[in-house]
Design a protein around this ligand. Sequence first.
Ligand code: HEM
Ligand code: HEM
Length: 358
Amino acid sequence: MPSEAGDGGQVAEPAAPRGWWAAVRDQLGLEPLMLLTGVILIFVYQPDAAVAYLSTRDMLASRGWSIILNFHYYTAYLIFALVMVHMMRVFISGAYRATKKGLWQVGVSLAVVVFALSITGETLHWDERGFAVPWHVGEFFEALGLQDVFNWPHKGLLVVANATPKLLIIYALHIVVLPALLVFAMVLHYYLIKLKGISMPYWLSAGGRTAPFSEHIKAWAIYAGIILGVILIISIVIPRDAGPAPQNLSFSPFYGAAEGPGGLGITPTFPISWTHGMNRFVTIAFKLEPDIWGTVIGMVIMLGALVLVPYVDRLRAEPRGWAQAFDLRTRGWAFLLIALFWVTMIIGTVINAVSPVG
Ligand code: HEM
Ligand code: HEM
């Protein structure tokens, strides 16, 4: 099995496309950039339900701060996309075989943490869309009969004084707990990769020469620089609206509304839009109430499918070509599970787009 690691700093160079490959592989170092921009944002952001929306709105109205907040926001999209691409490349090349099952599971936990960071980040924005997150957490506790245990009834959020402690919990998750978990899981992921080596997927033939690590870093830096430059330009030139204020503030267009955020047609951002779509799906298809069960069922299906993938794949060795990679006699169950993951995400995303209100 061709391996790129563990040869004294000399890394086998794939014939093509080395730069893109290296950039995607290393996720462009985006997570450290999120930590950096996130720490800068802490100095301005105010995690108080009465003023959080205004602090975000002021940031978006300011020339400098809007660039940092936009960069943080658009990079979250890019991380989501790259994690999905990386996961599918690892899946197709069967790189979770044998002793790498644990490495795959650490990857799954990274995907979960990135998802949690996106959802908590969206809350901090504290427009009506951000407000939807603690609202749904309240509905979830109510579905389990735990709203008093956690003191989190969803209607309580309509009183600003009740909403602030909830926002603070989500703030602590976003800026301390989840970043700590992210760093821990990334260190473990990289440690296991170093220990077990990186397998070269079959669609990249080894170039026949080895290149010093510094050369790989140079190629990576060029591609990462270009992609990050594009995000930076987008962050500077494409203005972003702060969105409508949450319905518990008197100046919100939704103040006093009888409906919650979903009923008002407010939907989440793209990477997490499947959650609202799944809520709609269980309401439309099964009349299930409260609709938050859609998100819970979606999470269980998607997480369960990913966790089980390496145990049902009967690949003996890493595939040497497309025919082996797509051989359903050995990989049928694994493909079924990964299809389940994507079908759930796609159903949710599409229903969110076509039937947002509810
Ligand atoms: C923040 C998210 C993640 C980061 C930064 C990350 C980073 C990396 C890097 C740098 C490598 C080595 C190079 C490569 O093979 O691409 C790698 C390998 C690997 N990753 Fe991830 N990863 C992440 C998420 C995931 C996820 C979601 C999964 C699976 C569910 C996963 C499973 C694996 C596996 C099995 C390998 C070994 C691949 C091989 O040996 O060829 N990772 N990861
Ligand atoms: C991979 C890691 C991270 C992801 C995916 C992420 C994602 C997000 C997202 C999507 C937003 C909403 C932005 C908006 O709607 O305008 C946000 C806001 C925020 N993030 Fe992060 N974040 C990450 C790491 C961090 C870290 C490490 C910190 C601080 C230590 C941080 C601090 C903040 C703050 C203070 C805001 C609120 C800004 C505002 O809306 O006014 N983030 N994050």
